[in-house]
Ligand binder design. Structure first.
Ligand code: SF4
Ligand code: SF4
Length: 117
């Protein structure tokens, strides 16, 4: 049976590691993610959930600017939209593990960089 999955090369794309959010946080983290990220040396942001009563918080990986000036996940090496690699690939958060290559959000991210889908 033919494999219709798109043959995208993540290591020359990285579009999904660029942040679209207006703030300085990107990938949300669960408890298991936080445990896995211990020892990577990466900072973890604690965010106040707006209008929560009682107050609630969420943890997230922060962003940085890549060499092209694009706001990206702090764990990205290289450039979103170019040669790149996740510096914590083995410890990457669940949200990144379940991200579907060729899925809606992948194609949406690729379109933002003008890549074929
Ligand atoms: S947007 Fe899709 S092809 Fe690009 S790096 Fe992410 S999963 Fe890979
Ligand atoms: S943790 Fe790695 S795969 Fe996930 S958004 Fe950041 S750089 Fe990309």
């Amino acid at each position: 049976m033919a494999n219709d999955a798109p043959q995208y090369d993540c290591l020359t794309c990285g579009a999904c590691c660029a942040s679209q959010s207006p703030g300085e946080s990107y990938v949300l983290l669960n408890e298991a993610d936080i445990q896995r990220l211990r020892g990577t040396g990466l900072p973890i942001l604690t965010l106040q959930v707006q209008d929560s009563d009682p107050p609630e918080t969420l943890e997230a990986l922060p962003t940085k600017r890549d060499p092209n000036g694009t706001k990206v996940c702090i764990a990205l090496n290289g450039c979103s939209g170019g040669v790149n690699a996740c510096s914590i690939y083995e410890q990457r958060p669940r949200a990144c593990r379940v991200f579907e290559l060729g899925g809606y959000f992948c194609q949406d991210a690729r379109r933002r960089f003008g890549f074929p889908v």
